[in-house]
Design a protein around this ligand. Structure first.
Ligand SMILES: [Fe+2]
Ligand SMILES: [Fe+2]
Length: 338
């Protein structure tokens, strides 16, 4: 199912939506994106217009946009506009995670991945979800995660044709599980859709696009940046390592929180499944995918750690947005039209 056309959030996304509607030429998007260079946003990572435009431009390569000609995927003006937005975005991501990333050999990278993804002492957001969160707060969290989880695994799978040998085999093994071993009812995206319905939410792909703030879009865009550029395939591998190694324990807490609120197995299965699966996946991706990749190509150690650190940093940023909003008694979602 393609992504619906959202409300624009500024000049670049407005130009893009006009092109999608057939009301303008793709070159207008490039002109708008060039405007970002002469008048850059204060913080590209939380700029609604840039992040929405990147999400839409990336989506042309993924599930497509509802009612939009698929040939726009390779319209040179849109590729140029994307590059114009990606340059400051990638620079900001590298700046965000810079202190965590160092060059290393294979065993150092494996050790660093375990260290940087080790559980923290505090209860964190998942602890709050287990013991205190309301049903409405669970719905909010699912909405933040829905854009990615309803297409779970798709972007990491783009790494498969870009790898060879042991890392490739490792990624195939993990991704096969993500897709339920070929069983639709076991696909993790299917399980997530069930959880959304059980909580009274729509499970239509990107249904909540207008509701998620820029930082949530940025967390998706960083994955697409890594997934759609061959030169960043090691960062894509590192990103998956961070996803897998920080999933099992929080998933257990989310499932506990849903049970506390009276939800049954259909609602918790997505999380229950990840407690089991990701305890295995984390071993495979850290040792064989990331470790194997650095063994083949020692020069990609920095990018593996960049990918992992970026994933963790965006998890923190989204988590802070949620926690800060809730502490003020406010919603962490975006007010429509803002
Ligand atoms: Fe999964
Ligand atoms: Fe997994």
């Amino acid at each position: 199912m393609p992504m619906p056309i959202p409300e624009p959030r500024g000049p670049v996304s407005a130009a893009l939506v006009a092109v999608f509607a057939g009301a303008d030429e793709p070159a207008t998007v490039n002109t708008a994106a060039l405007g970002c260079r002469s008048d850059p946003p204060d913080d590209v990572l939380t700029d609604d217009d840039v992040q929405l435009a990147l999400t839409l431009l990336y989506e042309l390569h993924l599930h497509g946009i509802d009612g939009v000609d698929d040939r726009l995927e390779w319209a040179p003006e849109l590729i140029a506009a994307r590059a114009e937005l990606e340059a400051p975005f990638e620079a900001a991501v590298r700046e965000l995670v810079r202190p965590r990333v160092e060059k290393a050999d294979s065993s150092d990278v494996v050790a660093a991945l375990w260290e940087m993804t080790a559980p923290t002492a505090g209860p964190g957001l998942s602890g709050f979800m287990a013991t205190e969160a309301t049903e409405a707060q669970f719905r909010e969290l699912l909405i933040h995660r829905s854009l990615n989880q309803l297409r779970e695994a798709d972007v990491h799978t783009l790494g498969i044709p870009r790898l060879a040998g042991r890392p490739k085999a490792a990624l195939v093994e993990v991704q096969a599980d993500e897709y339920g071993g070929g069983r639709l009812d076991r696909m993790h995206s299917t399980l997530f859709a069930t959880t959304m319905r059980e909580l009274g939410l729509s499970d239509a792909y990107a249904h909540y696009l207008d509701d998620v703030p820029a930082v949530t879009l940025a967390s998706l865009n960083v994955l697409s940046l890594f997934g759609l550029h061959r030169r960043l395939r090691a960062a894509l591998a590192g990103h998956l390592c961070a996803v897998e190694t920080t999933s099992a324990l929080p998933s257990k807490k989310y499932a506990a929180g849903l049970r506390r609120l009276g939800f049954g197995a259909a609602a918790t299965l997505f999380f229950d499944e990840h407690v089991e699966a990701d305890s295995v996946h984390e071993q495979i991706v850290v040792r064989d995918l990331a470790g194997g990749l650095v063994e083949q190509r020692p020069d990609c150690a920095g990018d593996v750690l960049l990918g992992a650190a970026a994933c963790l940093a965006f998890d923190d940023l989204v988590g802070e947005r949620v926690a800060d909003s809730w502490a003020r008694g406010a919603s962490s979602l975006r007010a429509r039209g803002s």
